[in-house]
Design a protein around this ligand. Structure first.
Ligand SMILES: Nc1ncnc2c1ncn2[C@@H]1O[C@H](COP(=O)(O)OP(=O)(O)OP(=O)(O)O)[C@@H](O)[C@H]1O
Ligand SMILES: [Mg+2]
Length: 238
């Protein structure tokens, strides 16, 4: 089981989830992806799980609640009148999925401390109740070191283990901040750099996506990403 969080919304959690799922599936693993709360999507629209399936192919996908407003799950639940999702409910479903799959990926909404319900439950509580490792998806550029350090420090203070940090979208023409952050992100996270997905994955076919997932994710996920090489190739540009 792996909880995929990030330094914020739109940082590439869904892309990273799809990449990890694609590699696991390629190795013959049974993969499930759980999105406890999907916000900002109407009932007939594709959500994050549809995006994961578009790139990783068929897998078990469970969404527990969907709210139309693009807000935190707590705020979106309040506005819609739809019941909030609780960590206990999400943990129960995750455990059920875990019994029948080799890998269960859980994608949060936004960052680690975004609230699910008025009681203040967050993805951190869900990860804690599952005893699951946490993966932090981070942006490449300026500002990411602070957001990554905040996320990792809170995770650690809540008794969670951060498996590593992954850059959700590595630009084709990185600037000084991006290049410099390659060495500093794992320090900020207090955990290894487990990958960097290139920008522009959105238009790829499933086969092309799989190649990029392999290149961009560490052997920990069955990929070939080597942080030393990546840092070496980027430091040559600084
Ligand atoms: N490596 C990438 N290549 C191409 N597009 C990307 C990449 N990473 C992210 N994007 C795009 O940026 C947007 C945000 O990415 P994504 O949906 O993965 O973020 P998220 O962290 O899952 O956001 P949310 O909090 O809404 O779930 C999406 O439109 C996605 O297609
Ligand atoms: Mg997402």
């Amino acid at each position: 089981m792996l909880v995929v969080t990030g330094t914020g919304t739109g940082v590439g959690k869904t892309m990273v989830t799809a990449a990890i799922a694609a590699l696991a599936k390629e190795r013959g693993q049974r993969v499930a992806v759980l999105k406890p709360a999907q916000t900002g999507v109407l009932p007939e629209e594709p959500g994050d799980l549809a995006e994961v399936r578009r790139f990783a192919g068929d897998l078990t996908a469970r969404e527990l609640r969907r709210y139309p407003d693009p807000l935190s799950p707590e705020a979106a639940a309040r506005r819609s009148g739809i019941e909030p999702v609780t960590p206990a409910e999400a943990a129960k479903v995750a455990s059920e999925l875990d019994a029948e799959h080799d890998l269960v990926l859980i994608e949060g909404a936004g960052g680690l401390l975004v609230r699910f319900d008025p009681g203040g439950s967050t993805l951190a509580d869900l990860a804690w109740s599952l005893g699951s490792l946490v993966l932090v998806v981070a942006e490449a550029g300026l500002g990411t070191l602070n957001a990554t350090a905040l996320t990792a420090e809170v995770a650690t203070s809540r008794g969670l283990n951060v498996a590593g940090v992954i850059i959700g979208s590595w630009p084709s023409d990185p600037g000084l901040a991006e290049l410099s952050n390659v060495a500093d992100l794992p320090v900020a996270a207090g955990a290894p750099l487990l990958g960097a997905l290139p920008a522009g994955l959105g238009e790829l076919t499933r086969e092309e996506f799989l190649v990029q997932a392999r290149d961009g994710l560490s052997p920990w996920f069955g990929g070939e990403f080597d942080p030393e090489c990546f840092a070496g190739s980027t430091s040559a540009q600084t």
